[in-house]
Design a binder for this molecule. Sequence first.
Ligand code: NAD
Length: 307
Amino acid sequence: MAQIIDGKVISQEIRLKLNEEVAQFVNAGNPQPHLTAVIVGEDPASEIYVRNKMTACKEVGISSETKRLPATTTEEELLQLIGELNRDDSVSGVLVQLPVPEQINERTICNAVAPEKDVDGFNEINMGRLALDMEGFVPATPLAVKTLLEHCNIETFGRNAVVVGRSKNVSLPLAILMHSDGKNATKALDATVTICHRYTPPKELAIHCRQADIIVVAVGKPGLITKDMVKPGACVIDVGINRIKDEKTGNDKLVGDVDFEEVRQVAGHISPVPGGVGPMTVTMLMYNTLKAAKKAAQNASRKSALV
Ligand code: NAD
């Protein structure tokens, strides 16, 4: 039976440490780190995600604010708000909750967030830095997967990993982080990575997965990864979040992309949904926000030393 990777418990430990670090940073005379989230429109899932992020901010001592804009907001109006937040020295990190309404170009928005406040790591500069193994902001979900693997001492060096999904915000940065060189700035995981996606035939997906020591799946399809696709002892990380009807109770429930009950019988480690990658993603956003605040403080002291 697989060992459960309890993202809630691990996350809690890291949040406690972050809380201490934030307190030390503020006690040293620095301004309190501050995260501003922007929601455009009324997507109920976005509301929940942002609420979780704001709660986490409170837990670790980061001040936060949510700016709400109507669904009819133009790209120009959103860009104007992002510009104001970029220029506001009291704001350490800025995130625009995705998705944005269709009249707004997501890439334009991600690129408008100042790279040094881009705690989601979606700006093309931070993505490029990650691809080149350079210091920058790594998106929170890939960072969450890496942290869970490290925390559970899952060996990745030279091991076979499969990343299922190729989205620009989740799976692509994850695949980069999984295969890149651990000796460089991103301290990546040195695995041999195969990327599967919607055009990978199901038979091939199964073949690739069966060879993997680590499977990370981020698709949004319940039950995509089944027991027969998993090598005994492999580590299975489920990023997927799907809302389905519970047949027993008739209520909605959250599940991942992995057939959890079956796969846990063969895997060595498995992360559940909910309670796996989700809470850790929010924790890594807190990590990135503190990092942004620290960098801003360093830059401010460098500037004042020059005048
Ligand atoms: P996306 O829709 O942008 O990408 C889905 C990916 O799945 C695509 O790259 C596609 O090629 C691939 N895919 C589709 N069908 C497939 C199939 N049959 N076999 C293999 N690959 C297939 O989604 P995303 O933003 O990358 O998110 C993926 C999932 O992760 C979603 O369920 C999302 O809710 C969840 N998510 C969770 C967290 C978290 O913190 N836990 C964070 C972000 C996203």
